[in-house]
Design a protein around this ligand. Sequence first.
Ligand SMILES: Nc1ncnc2c1ncn2[C@@H]1O[C@H](COP(=O)(O)OP(=O)(O)OP(=O)(O)O)[C@@H](O)[C@H]1O
Length: 342
Amino acid sequence: MSAENQQPESLVQIRDLYKKFNISGDFLDQLKFKGGKIVREQEYVHAINGVNLDVHKGEALCVVGESGCGKSTVARTVMGLLTPSKGNISYRGERIDNLEDKALMPYRKKMQMIFQNPYASLNPRMTIGQTLMEPVKLHNPTWTPTEIRDKVHEVMFSVGIDPSWGERFAHEFSGGQRQRISIARALAVDPEFIVADEPISALDVSIQAQVLNLMMDAQEKRDLTYLFITHDLSVVEHFGTRVAVMYLGSLCELAPTKSLFAAPRHPYTQALLSAIPRLEDDRPSHIKLQGEVPTPVNLPSGCVFHGRCPHANDRCKQEIPMLIATDDGGQVACHGVEEGRL
Ligand SMILES: Nc1ncnc2c1ncn2[C@@H]1O[C@H](COP(=O)(O)OP(=O)(O)OP(=O)(O)O)[C@@H](O)[C@H]1O
């Protein structure tokens, strides 16, 4: 088989994933007076609703969408920080969402996470050296102190933090430097896969590009795979191999980055992209969506986007669209595209 016909290797598999959060409050909050009787009612936020997604080895898969669409919940569920309400997560074909702590250890070494806020994610009572040494020791129990120190120095150097600063505390560093240290902590255990949840959005605009370049550099040198959560489409255009677009807990489109920006298929993706300021004259005019995103407590019937979609018909109001394959190797969940109307 020629190289271009080969299927990409799937590193992480997200299957039929649902996550709902119980927001009913305590027992007394749940009691409601209805039809002359007291009844107990539970309320849920339906944060993820049937997401299927594969992360390919070596890619940077960006997940985009407006605030509250479920991006972070996908990231946290993949990392085992949240338990799926339904569905499962596999790593190289092995299910990991139901593993006990001990069985999960080898995967914790392979899978690392970088968080949005470098101020909150570093322990203020530990020196940077201690912060970086801790995971190296944990995941390499047979290593000598010299091997551990060498590894810490190597990752500090690779993220542009002087290894001689190991005795300093997190508060002695700027936001950009702290995020570099968080990246170093993730890299210190030689992971294969990194989930980065809005890793640059808390940083000054002037240093966002530096941190992004650092992550791209690390990807190339260390053969990393990223699941990159962001609301910033200009970041995606530079960083992403493929893009997954989410709306109200569902995946509406998945496509190679170039195709998505050149020819978005889903009406929601088209509206999102039309909002990016561009210099070219041929840019599509801004598509202004009607109304607000509905509440994830009471999901709309049919396509979750139908209430705001300029192309919705009766079928869209009733039937949930399935993801269908597109010519460019992507997928789109839209009745209009499937019917050839769009
Ligand atoms: N622990 C929780 N309890 C209740 N609701 C939650 C919880 N975590 C997330 N949610 C809700 O789930 C939905 C999805 O949240 P999530 O943080 O995944 O979205 P997001 O796309 O990452 O948004 P943002 O970019 O603002 O972080 C939102 O409605 C959010 O309020």
